[in-house]
Design a protein around this ligand. Structure first.
Ligand code: GDP
Ligand code: MG
Length: 397
């Protein structure tokens, strides 16, 4: 799974062609699915290390106060009839998307828990730290035909940090987001409000505001191949009735999608949407996604549960389907590529990995603004809390 060739190949190359005479090609990583269709790589069962919450003012709290409880309508009753447009736009408090948070909330959690991390001394120094959403983008890259991405990477005290950079195209699209798309985004959050209660055993209250500053984030540990991972992802709710009460097995992801009427609509849903749903929930070990299907008037009239581990079955026999092995092998190859590219340990040095559909991943190197993303408060605190270096006896001791 190393498209840059084996060690032996590289060795032969050096004997035949003296290094200083050849212009070294800029390293890049191909993304064609055919290159990554090996066996499924090792992926450690994700375990939850902790969590944090962001409140209505987007303030951090090192607890689960923003966690909500899965509370679907009774199955014996009339079935759902959720008006997803209710409250738009007067009861909508959308998060300010101009504020670039980078990894900040996750870094605060890490700073407050670095002394208590499992995995033994030095585990963090060998790990990759990022958001779950960033890993989701990597997983789906071999199949993505629309949107490119950029990830900034810095190595600090051994750890490789990955933080997404909004591409100029993505920024332009966000600023020109059509009103209908804005309302669709609201409807996704409104669905969560219809399906969740603030307390276990409580009932949803759709009369309140939808405030997308509020978030509950789980912090997880896993490993892909030989890459230890520490990442955080926003979790929609926990199911008090789940067979396992232990996170992440009790977590539920909520989604909305257009009502489907024809087999070709279902096929397209399995090929495109289910890939994204699978990648997002598989990474943190969230076992199920509950979908609300909305009609053209914006009402959810049916619900369907998609167990994460069964999603692939819908495309297993589809020539134009996706393959979890390709997603995970590509992600592992990208993480190896990044680990081998970002050699210098320096929080102000940034390797920017850029990708556009149909091309390879390329790299450029930068220092400080605008790409540096590890905040000074983090770098300074982590530098002070280093275990003190062993004292060497000095002549005056
Ligand atoms: P997701 O999987 O794409 O939803 O992203 P994560 O679960 O990894 O979320 C990581 C952090 O990014 C959390 O603090 C989220 O509240 C925040 N977040 C989620 N989606 C977006 C988004 O579209 N834009 C921005 N700026 N932040 C987001
Ligand atoms: Mg959701």
């Amino acid at each position: 799974m190393d498209p840059r060739g084996t060690k032996r190949g590289a060795g032969n190359l050096e004997v035949a062609e003296p290094r200083n005479k050849l212009p070294r090609p800029a390293p890049s990583l191909p993304t064609d699915p055919a290159l990554y269709s090996g066996p499924f790589p090792f992926y450690r069962r994700p375990s939850e290390l902790g969590c944090f919450s962001l409140d209505a003012q987007r303030q951090y709290h090192g607890d689960a106060r923003a966690l909500r409880y899965y509370s679907p309508p009774p199955t014996n009753g009339p079935g759902p009839n959720f008006d997803l447009r209710d409250g738009y736009p007067d009861r909508y408090q959308p998060r300010d998307e101009e504020i670039r948070e980078g990894l900040d909330h996750l870094l605060r959690w890490l700073l407050e828990h670095q002394g208590q991390l499992e995995g033994g001394p030095g585990w963090l120094a060998g790990a990759i730290v990022t958001w779950r959403g960033h890993l989701t983008k990597l997983l789906t890259t071999p199949y993505e035909r629309q949107e490119g991405w950029q990830f900034a990477a810095s190595r600090f005290q051994g750890t490789l940090y990955l933080s997404e950079v909004e591409t100029p195209a993505a920024r332009a699209q966000r600023l020109a987001r059509p009103p209908l798309l804005r309302e669709l985004m609201y409807m996704g959050y409104k669905f969560e409000q219809y399906m969740c209660a603030d307390k276990p055993g409580g009932s949803p209250d759709p009369s309140g505001e939808v405030n997308t500053n509020v978030a509950f984030c789980s912090v997880l540990r896993s490993r892909l191949g030989n890459h230890p991972l520490l990442f955080s992802g926003e979790v929609d709710c926990t199911d008090p009735q789940a067979p396992s009460t232990q996170p992440p097995a009790c977590y539920v992801e909520l989604k909305t999608s257009k009502e489907m009427h024809s087999p070709s609509q279902w096929r397209s849903f399995y090929r495109h949407k289910l890939l994204k749903w699978w990648a997002q929930s598989f990474l943190p070990g969230v076992p199920k996604v509950v979908a609300g299907f909305r009609n053209p008037e914006g009402f959810v009239c049916s619900l369907k549960t998609f167990p994460t581990m069964e999603m692939f079955e819908n495309v297993r026999n589809d020539r134009d389907g996706w393959n979890p092995s390709v997603c995970m092998n590509f992600c592992a190859a990208f993480l190896s590529f990044a680990q081998n590219t970002v050699v210098q340990d320096d929080p102000r040095l940034i390797h920017l990995f850029s990708w556009e559909p149909s091309g390879p991943v390329t790299v450029s190197v930068h220092r400080d603004a605008p790409y540096a993303f590890l905040p000074m408060w983090y770098v300074e605190a982590m530098s002070q809390d280093l275990p003190s270096p062993p004292k060497t006896p000095s002549p005056r001791d």
